[in-house]
Design a binder for this molecule. Structure first.
Ligand SMILES: Nc1ncnc2c1ncn2[C@@H]1O[C@H](COP(=O)(O)OP(=O)(O)OP(=O)(O)O)[C@@H](O)[C@H]1O
Length: 264
């Protein structure tokens, strides 16, 4: 190995190395680019520029040795790709398809839609018309506007309703599903209209709590103020007379309705 020097403006010297003694090291031999010799002593090139050029040359040589590729030809790997574990550069994303223009029917005029006055008229929704149904209680004299739509009392139901309206005490019964509850709701509706000023005039009761809830009333025992109803009739009457609230209820009641009365 010999070392020699050729003076340059940067102050560095070209080192010549003899690699012939070791063949195994020949592959790693660095081909140091030769520093451009100073053309003349009187050159005014700044030392910093020459020094940076020298450093670039060295860097190029090192990169070429390490990667076998010039730095400019190596693919750029972003930090994102490294984080994702993908070292290969991703293919460029395809261009998004062009936005399709909505096709309007030929009868539509876009100028018409853009006009504010016409827009008001076109945005007027036409909801389906709901036809109100008036009282459907059969050919009765009472016109109940709040009765259920589509319910027409049968002839028998209408007959019972008329008896109640006339002030008669009525007991009606029938098999399951014969329309007793429907009739009772109509009776209550009719009487509530008649006694609209004194709501206490109608006592809506039932023999059981569930039956009372179905018609919006209370149990007959609760209304009467007799507790569980133990004792003789005289004893119960005396108990009601002593209960001022219960006695007052009895006195104000004009109509007593008892649903499921057969269970009392
Ligand atoms: N006049 C009517 N018009 C139309 N539907 C009716 C009429 N009367 C009763 N119905 C129908 O018949 C069915 C039975 O009526 P409802 O419940 O009043 O009978 P119910 O005698 O009280 O029965 P249950 O004794 O089991 O309580 C119900 O679906 C009711 O809507």
């Amino acid at each position: 190995m010999s070392s020699g020097g050729q003076s340059s403006l940067s102050g560095l010297r070209t080192i010549k190395r003899d690699w012939s003694q070791s063949s195994s090291q020949s592959e790693d031999r660095i081909s140091w680019p030769a520093t451009q010799p100073a053309q003349s002593q009187s050159s005014k090139a700044p030392q910093a520029e020459v020094r940076s050029q020298r450093m670039k040359d060295i860097q190029l040589a090192l990169d070429a040795l390490a990667g076998k590729q010039p730095p400019g030809e190596r693919p750029e790997i972003s930090t994102k790709q490294i984080a994702n574990g993908t070292k290969r550069p991703l293919p460029p994303a395809p261009d998004p398809p062009p936005a399709k223009k909505r096709q309007l029917p030929p009868s539509w005029n876009e100028d018409t839609l853009s006009s504010s006055s016409n827009f008001k008229s076109s945005s007027k929704f036409s909801l389906p018309t709901v036809k109100s149904t008036s009282s459907t209680v059969a050919p009765s004299s009472s016109k109940s506007s709040s009765s259920l739509a589509g319910v027409f009392l049968s002839q028998e139901q209408t007959q019972i309703l008329r008896l109640v309206e006339s002030g008669n005490s009525v007991f009606y019964t029938g098999s399951a599903g014969t329309g007793k509850s429907v009739l009772l709701r109509e009776i209550i509706r009719t009487l509530q209209k008649r006694y609209i000023k004194s709501s206490d005039a109608i006592a809506i009761t039932a023999s059981t709590g569930i039956a009372a809830c179905n018609i919006g009333g209370v149990t007959i025992h609760s209304f009467a103020g007799i507790g569980i109803g133990e004792g003789s009739a005289e004893e119960l009457v005396n108990r009601v007379r002593k209960n001022k609230k219960a006695a007052s209820r009895w006195l104000r009641t004009k109509v007593l309705i008892i649903d499921e009365g057969t269970f009392v």
